[in-house]
Design a protein around this ligand. Structure first.
Ligand code: BGC
Length: 748
């Protein structure tokens, strides 16, 4: 994919903005890291400072530095005389990326998709995954990892949903925070990204995202806020799109008012690659560093452009000092400043790291349906047919900047989709972990055959001859393009229908970027959502199918019953593109400049994202947020719900079945008399042996109970009666309790 080289940026007008006083914490509040950073800045020349506020994009920066340029996302030279280290930036959240194999043969361990990790509802597993990929980044001589994608998934067709952590701010924020903390435990920086409101890829470099402030604070921004509080990322990456009319990377409200003032973020804001649109306006709005400068329409925005702005008095010297001090603070606080990366790439503990990826995949696989206990596969099964999904080769992964070239991975070209013009090929990577091979290992008493699924009739015939059919279905999604719809592509629905008609014992295993429609759901007894399961996905799937692992994943995103249930049936503005191709979806085609002013998306659901929207619309999804089955059963007993100043729920969680497993009790809350839907306020993942009971206390996140009040400004918990549900998913109202809460306010 040559997306990077085809990026087209529009409308870059240099706007003169008034000189604004920078946000610098007063002397008493200065952290030791900030004080040290300021002392270094005081010794720097202007040229040295300018050198730190823009990053090179290695594939296009040959000859611009005397230092080694590792092909990757970013490079910033250090200042040796002041001990400032050279910084090398790599993508991303699922492992050390190597998108188009720019580093020949450089493999890394691939985690399952972000959605899979979110589906584990396990902050501990998120931390472990982050720690593992961060260790690989350091071993490969990177000290900034562009991880921590926490955009709320507002749309089920979003091309990058797989990278993110789902539709709920509490879940996404908690998981992202742990993931970031894990990455940074290696004394490298992680970002959190893409700040903010970038759930749609179509037209992402031009689209203007519209939403009210309170709604934004209660949804997407809350996810960022929680992630930043827990993860303390060194850097925040601002997004491509506009928010409320201003580019995210020159949006004073987002970067300065919210992030730096209200949240006290001490690190630096870097732009997404090619997302800078000005010098003075961006710097004064709070952008501290321009990334991938070669991808801008004017590559000198934070170089010659910034020098001119300083000379003209449009940007103050104090602001430049603050930009650099923030960069250094982020490096110092995380340990990256004082812990240089090795001078040579280090070997990786490949097996141990693959085990981390496998554990994450196993915990994130969701058993959506299991009638007649079709799963786990019965020991009596003698003839098993595995169908489709290239299960003989490996497991699918998502495309774009997060693409990891895994050990044993199999990249190959495939047609973009049947609807796209002939010749639109994309490079799709299967991680070399074949479900078929893993199934064969576990099905010692059975004959396991494989049918590729291209011919539904042949697949049905093979299924008829077997005791059990395992159909693998895939949906490839990628950065820079949204899924055009929620259908499984390449006629896979027809394949599943044909197999299900021939074989009553059919289990469907999905490897998808996010939700898909399942017109056949009533006609198959078992459905497993395996997401993009990563490096050891084949083994993880087989372990779940055969009961070696008791499924414990819960949906971090609602699966709609029909395309018209979610707020937007398809990407906003897709119709503006006459021939949607990858690059055209990412950025408008040449000549499309006139589309820009009207390309807006109005997030009419406001803060009621995902399951909250469904509740408000009284829609029954196919599978609800939080849903997931196991091969055992759980019970909730002796609940005590306490209100007053804080809301806590204490409950016995029991495993009443015969297999060890993990349950995820969820606490949802709503203020009585309000028209707000129930919101997830607490959750826990509880591991239980058969027959075991654990008493668990869940403490509600107060900002989930509160509403954001822009007049205060801050969070306000209205005093009064609330309804609390101890639930298995967002629609479960079996156990509800009244509780009274005291009024309270909290700062933004
Ligand atoms: C993506 C970022 C990524 C950056 C660097 C951009 O296109 O949106 O997520 O970190 O490229 O590769």
């Amino acid at each position: 994919m040559t997306r990077r080289f085809a990026i087209l940026l529009l409308g870059a007008t240099v706007l003169t903005a008034p000189v604004v006083a920078p946000i610098v914490a007063d002397a008493q509040q200065r952290s030791p890291a900030r004080a040290r950073a300021e002392a270094i800045v005081a010794r720097m020349t202007q040229a040295e400072k300018i050198g730190l506020v823009h990053g090179l994009f290695p594939p296009m920066a040959t000859g611009k530095t005397a230092n080694e340029l590792i092909p990757s996302a970013g490079h910033i030279d250090g200042v040796p005389r002041l001990g400032i280290p050279l910084v090398r930036e790599t993508d991303a959240s699922l492992g050390v990326a190597n998108q188009i194999e720019q580093r020949k043969g450089d493999t890394a361990t691939a985690l399952p998709s972000g959605l899979a990790t979110a589906a584990s509802f396990s902050p501990a597993l998120a931390y472990n995954g982050g720690r593992m990929i961060g260790a690989e980044a350091r071993a490969k001589r990177f000290n900034v990892m562009l991880a921590g994608g926490v955009n709320l998934t507002r749309d089920p067709w979003g091309g990058r949903n797989f990278e993110y952590f789902g539709e709920d701010p509490l879940l996404a924020g908690r998981i992202a925070g742990e993931h970031i903390a894990g990455v940074q435990s290696n004394k490298i920086v992680s970002t959190v990204k893409h700040f903010a409101l970038n759930p749609q890829e179509t037209g992402r470099a031009v689209i203007d995202a519209r939403i009210g402030e309170a709604d934004l604070r209660m949804s997407d921004l809350l996810a960022f806020q929680l992630a930043i509080e827990r993860g303390r990322p060194g850097s925040v990456m601002c997004a491509y799109n506009k928010v409320g009319g201003d580019w995210a990377c020159e949006n004073r409200f987002l970067l300065t008012d919210v992030l730096k003032r209200d949240w006290g973020f001490p690190g630096w804001v870097m732009s997404d690659w090619g997302a800078t649109h000005s010098s003075a306006k961006a710097a004064n709005a709070g952008l501290d560093q321009d990334s991938g400068q070669e991808l801008n329409q004017r590559p000198d925005f934070f170089d010659a452009g910034l020098r001119q702005a300083l000379a003209a008095g449009e940007v103050s010297a104090a602001r430049l000092d603050d930009m650099v001090a923030r960069y250094l603070t982020g490096l110092i606080e995380t340990g990256a400043f004082d812990t240089p990366v090795p001078s040579r790439a280090q070997p990786l503990p490949v097996a141990a790291h693959a085990a981390v990826a496998q554990a994450a995949a196993e915990a994130g696989i969701v058993l959506l349906k299991n009638e007649r206990d079709v799963l786990p596969v019965a020991a009596t099964a003698k003839r098993i047919v595995v169908i489709g999904g290239r299960a003989d080769i490996g497991v699918l992964s998502g495309g774009g900047s997060s693409q990891v070239r895994s050990i044993g991975g199999v990249p190959f070209e495939m047609p973009l989709s049947p609807e796209h013009p002939a010749g639109s090929f994309v490079r799709v990577t299967y991680h070399g972990s074949s479900p078929l091979a893993a199934i064969r290992k576990l099905a010692t008493g059975a004959r396991v055959t494989f049918v590729d699924g291209r011919d539904p009739a042949a697949a049905a015939a093979a299924a008829r001859d077997a005791d059990l059919a395992l159909v693998f279905a895939t949906q490839w999604t990628t950065e820079a393009a949204d899924a055009p719809d929620l259908k499984l592509p390449y006629g896979q629905d027809a394949l599943i229908e044909a197999v299900a008609a021939a074989q009553p014992n059919t289990a469907v295993v999905l490897e998808t970027g996010g939700p898909v429609l399942m017109p056949w759901a009533d006609r198959v007894p078992a459905i497993v959502e395996a997401w993009y399961p990563g490096q050891r996905g084949g083994e993880a799937i087989a372990n779940v199918l055969f009961g070696r692992v008791n499924p414990s994943g819960r949906l971090p995103i609602t699966f709609p019953a029909s395309a018209d249930q979610p707020p937007r049936p398809s990407p906003v503005g897709l119709e503006k593109l006459s021939a949607p191709t990858l690059s055209a979806s990412s950025n408008p085609p040449v000549g499309a400049k006139e589309l820009v002013p009207s390309w807006k998306v109005d997030y009419r659901e406001g803060a009621d994202v995902g399951y909250r929207w469904y509740e408000k619309q009284r829609q029954r999804p196919l599978f609800a947020f939080g849903h997931g089955l196991a091969y055992t059963q759980f019970a909730y007993r002796n609940p005590v719900v306490t209100g007053g100043k804080a809301l806590t729920v204490t409950v016995d969680v029991s495993n009443t079945g015969r297999r060890a497993g993990a349950d995820v009790p969820q606490v949802y809350v709503r203020r009585d008399g309000s028209d707000a839907p129930m919101r997830l306020a607490a959750f826990a993942r509880v591991e239980l042996k058969p027959g075991e009971t654990k008493r668990v206390t869940l403490t509600a996140e107060p900002r989930v109970i509160a509403d954001y009040d822009t007049k205060l400004p801050g969070w306000r918990v209205a005093g009064g009666r609330y309804t609390v549900a101890i639930a298995r998913d967002a629609t479960d109202r079996t156990l509800t309790y009244p509780v009274t809460l005291q009024p309270a306010t909290m700062r933004p």
